[in-house]
Design a protein around this ligand. Structure first.
Ligand SMILES: NC(=O)c1ccc[n+]([C@@H]2O[C@H](COP(=O)([O-])OP(=O)(O)OC[C@H]3O[C@@H](n4cnc5c(N)ncnc54)[C@H](OP(=O)(O)O)[C@@H]3O)[C@@H](O)[C@H]2O)c1
Length: 255
């Protein structure tokens, strides 16, 4: 297994949930982690302590990715003499369902900024300021299906998939750009696990995927020297059989 001890990775939204699992998996592989957070300050600093038990050299950094200045400063602030980044995991996200006709422009802008503009600008800055490396964008299996009520979130994840492919071509061979598309992993915050269990009828493998499996997929793509521009689905086959998500019971699927 390829050792990642020369790798320093920025994981956005890395303090909790799936981002936390990615941070732990990369630290176990030998990488040094920059845990980005916005609101989860305590969790991010506790995670850094946990990571230090595995390998030394981790840190936590705060940035509200809705703010242009914070977005612009994030990657340059991490580059110091002798200290670069060679991996970026765009994991931070906001998931809010809304029927299209009820979408408000402010909310649309916010959701699109967090789910597309921020990760895209971080990709751009990684390409500008770092010599080489690997980017993994966390998408959603919905990029393969039509789910109108995922609205700005869904549009943004599809844009991020397109940007993944475009950047993979433009930045090769210096930087590889791939994506992981999870299905049902963790219920949105505040949503009961039973709601997710009801959706397992749409999953051929009839089980949720774990945060650890999403993390393993990120690790695989980071190590794969000749893989670029790919989307790896970690969804139990859900994207293959759910072409009509607009027929879902909204009450089942809402956050
Ligand atoms: N959960 C699932 O089952 C599932 C399914 C499909 C796809 N995914 C994708 O997998 C990734 C992780 O999912 P998750 O459920 O673990 O995510 P999550 O808990 O909904 O959000 C991840 C992080 O995004 C950060 N974030 C939100 N707004 C921000 C802002 N304005 N500035 C900076 N950071 C911000 C938050 O950081 P703070 O807490 O520090 O504020 C949060 O911890 C996401 O990209 C998601 O779309 C997840």
């Amino acid at each position: 297994m390829q050792d990642l001890s020369a790798t320093r990775v920025l994981i956005t939204g890395g303090g909790i949930r799936i981002g936390r699992a990615i941070a732990l998996a990369f630290a176990r592989a030998g990488a040094r982690i920059v845990v980005h957070y916005n609101r989860s300050e305590r969790e991010a600093h506790e995670l850094v302590k946990d990571l230090e038990q595995i390998t030394p050299g981790h840190e936590a950094v705060k940035a509200d990715l809705l703010h242009a200045t914070a977005r612009r400063e994030l990657i340059p602030s991490l580059l110091r003499p002798g200290e670069t980044l060679n991996c970026l995991i765009n994991n931070a996200s906001v998931y809010r369902r809304c029927p299209l006709a009820q979408l408000q422009s402010d909310r649309f802008r916010e959701d699109y900024e967090i789910n597309f503009l921020a990760p895209f600008l971080l990709m751009r800055d990684f390409a500008r300021y770092c010599d080489e490396g690997s980017i993994v964008n966390i998408l959603d299996q919905r990029v393969a299906v039509v789910d109108p009520s995922s609205s700005a979130y869904g549009f943004a994840k599809k844009s991020l998939r397109d940007a993944t492919e475009a950047a993979a071509v433009q930045w090769a061979p210096r930087i590889r750009v791939n994506a992981v598309a999870p299905g049902l992993v963790l219920p949105p915050r505040g949503v009961a696990p039973e709601k997710v269990r009801r959706l397992l009828r749409y999953v051929p493998m009839a089980q949720t995927s774990s945060p650890g499996e999403v993390a393993e997929a990120c690790l695989f793509l980071t190590r794969a020297r000749t893989i670029t521009g790919q989307v790896l689905y970690v969804d139990g086959g859900m994207h293959l059989v759910s072409p009509a998500m607009h027929e879902l019971d909204e009450a089942d699927y809402s956050a």
